[in-house]
Ligand binder design. Structure first.
Ligand SMILES: Cc1cc2nc3c(=O)[nH]c(=O)nc-3n(C[C@H](O)[C@H](O)[C@H](O)COP(=O)(O)O)c2cc1C
Length: 365
C-alpha cells in the first residue's frame, strides 16, 4: 500500500526548502508575544520564526529585526497587517467606549484623555521591511496590492497571506501570494477575514485546507488549534504543506506575552474561549475576562477596526505592564489547554518527534 503520507511529506519538504528552513513549522505573528526572542528561538529550532510586527513602526521593525539577527543566523519572517479604512460612526462608538473606560484608564496610570495608539503607517513598515533583506513577509487582513507585490517579487521575497475561506484563498492567489495561511475557526486572536463577513468566515481548519490547496495550487499553511504532532499529521494528510502555531507558543519561555497571561492559559478550557469585539473592533478569539464581561453587561457597543483597536491599545499595554489578566486581551484559541510552558525549542522538538513517531520515519531530519 502506498504510504498515504508520501505525497504530503514531499510537498512539505519542498515548502521548507523554498523558505530555506528544515521544518515547515512557524510561530504565528502574535502581537506582544512573537517578539525577536521567540522568532529567533523558533528559527534556531529549525522552523521559521515570525516577528509579530503588526503594531510596530518602521523604526521599531528595524530594531526588532536587528535583535532577531543578533540571536540567529537562520531565515525568519516578519508579519504585518494590511491597512483597512475606518468610518466616522465607528469613531463615535470608540469614543463612547473610551469615555466609559476613563476610570479604568486612570487606575492604570493613563491620563483621562490619553492619546490613542494610531496604527503604524503601512508604507513606512513596508519600506523598513524591504531595506532589511528579510526573506519572508506574512500579511494578515488581506493580500498585497500589486505595486508592493511586484517589488517583493523582484527581490525574491516570499509572501504568505492569511485566508479564512476558500474565496479569500483565491483572492490571495490573484494577489500573487507565494503561499496561503488558512486560519481555521479554532484559531486564537483576531479573525483574519478581509473579503467575507464574519458570519461567512467561521470555517473549521480541516474543511479549509484541502479545498484551498487544490483551488490555488499553492502551498497551504494550516493555522488554528494545532499543538501536537498528531494535529500536524492531520493537517498534512488534508493537504497542508506547513503549520503555524500561535497559542501553543504563548507560554514558551521566549514568548513576550505577559506572565499573567501565560499563567491564565492552563485554566482556559477549549469551551471557555469566545469571540469578542471588545479589544480590536473585529472578532477576536479570547479567554473572556472581567473587562469583556463588564463592558458586555454595560451594553457598550465597540467601534470597528481600527478605531476600537487604537483606543484600546494603550489600556491593554498598561494592563500587561501591571500584570492585570482581568484587563488584558487574552488571545486564546481552542488549543489553549494544550499550551505548555517550555523553551520554544522543546515545543518544536516535541511536535517533530510526535510526527516522526506517527509517520514511522523522520521526514525533516
Ligand atoms: C497572543 C496572540 C496574539 C495574536 N495576534 C495576532 C496579530 O496581531 N495579528 C495576526 O494576524 N494574528 C494574530 N494572532 C493569530 C495568529 O496569527 C494565528 O491565526 C493563530 O494564533 C493560530 O491559531 P492557534 O493560536 O490556535 O495556533 C494572535 C494569536 C495569539 C495567540
Amino acid at each position: 500500500m502506498k504510504n498515504m503520507f508520501e505525497e504530503a511529506v514531499c510537498k512539505s519538504r519542498a515548502f521548507a526548502l523554498k523558505l530555506g528552513v528544515r521544518l515547515p513549522l512557524m510561530n504565528a505573528p502574535m502581537s506582544d508575544a512573537a517578539g525577536p526572542e521567540l522568532a529567533a528561538a523558533v528559527s534556531n529550532a529549525g522552523g521559521l520564526g515570525v516577528l509579530g510586527a503588526g503594531f510596530m513602526s518602521g523604526a521599531e521593525i528595524e530594531q526588532a529585526v536587528a535583535r532577531v539577527r543578533s540571536l540567529t543566523d537562520k531565515p525568519f519572517a516578519v508579519g504585518v497587517r494590511i491597512p483597512v479604512q475606518g468610518s466616522s460612526s465607528s469613531l463615535e462608538r470608540a469614543k463612547k467606549m473610551a469615555h466609559a473606560l476613563e476610570d479604568l484608564a486612570l487606575e492604570l496610570g493613563l491620563e483621562e484623555h490619553y492619546a490613542w495608539a494610531k496604527m503604524p503607517d503601512f508604507d513606512e513598515q513596508f519600506e523598513a521591511f524591504v531595506s532589511l533583506d528579510v526573506p519572508v513577509l506574512i500579511t494578515s487582513f488581506g493580500g498585497l496590492r500589486e505595486i508592493y507585490a511586484e517589488k517583493l517579487e523582484r527581490l525574491d521575497v516570499k509572501v504568505l497571506s492569511a485566508a479564512t475561506t476558500l474565496r479569500e484563498a483565491k483572492v490571495l492567489r490573484a494577489a500573487d501570494a507565494s503561499g496561503i495561511i488558512v486560519q481555521g475557526v479554532e484559531a486564537a486572536g483576531p479573525r483574519l477575514n478581509f473579503e467575507q463577513p464574519d458570519s461567512a468566515s467561521q470555517v473549521g481548519l480541516l474543511s479549509l485546507i484541502g479545498p484551498a490547496a487544490r483551488a490555488t495550487g499553492l502551498a497551504v499553511v494550516a493555522a488554528g488549534g494545532i499543538a501536537s504532532g498528531a494535529q500536524w499529521a492531520a493537517a498534512m494528510a488534508a493537504g497542508a504543506s506547513g503549520v503555524m502555531l500561535g497559542t501553543a507558543f504563548v507560554r514558551a519561555h521566549e514568548s513576550a506575552a505577559a506572565q499573567a497571561f501565560k499563567d491564565q492559559l492552563p485554566y482556559t478550557t477549549d469551551a471557555a474561549t469566545r469571540f469578542v469585539r471588545t479589544f480590536e473592533g473585529r472578532l477576536s478569539h479570547v479567554a473572556a475576562n472581567g473587562l469583556v464581561e463588564a463592558l458586555e453587561e454595560a451594553g457598550i457597543v465597540p467601534g470597528d477596526y481600527p478605531e476600537q483597536c487604537e483606543m484600546m491599545r494603550p489600556i491593554l499595554l498598561a494592563a500587561q505592564k501591571a500584570g492585570r489578566a482581568d484587563l488584558m486581551q487574552l488571545a486564546a484559541g481552542q488549543g489553549a489547554p494544550l499550551a505548555t510552558a517550555a523553551p520554544a525549542a522543546s515545543i518544536v522538538q516535541r511536535l517533530e518527534s510526535e510526527l516522526d513517531e506517527l509517520l514511522g520515519e523522520s521526514p525533516f531530519a
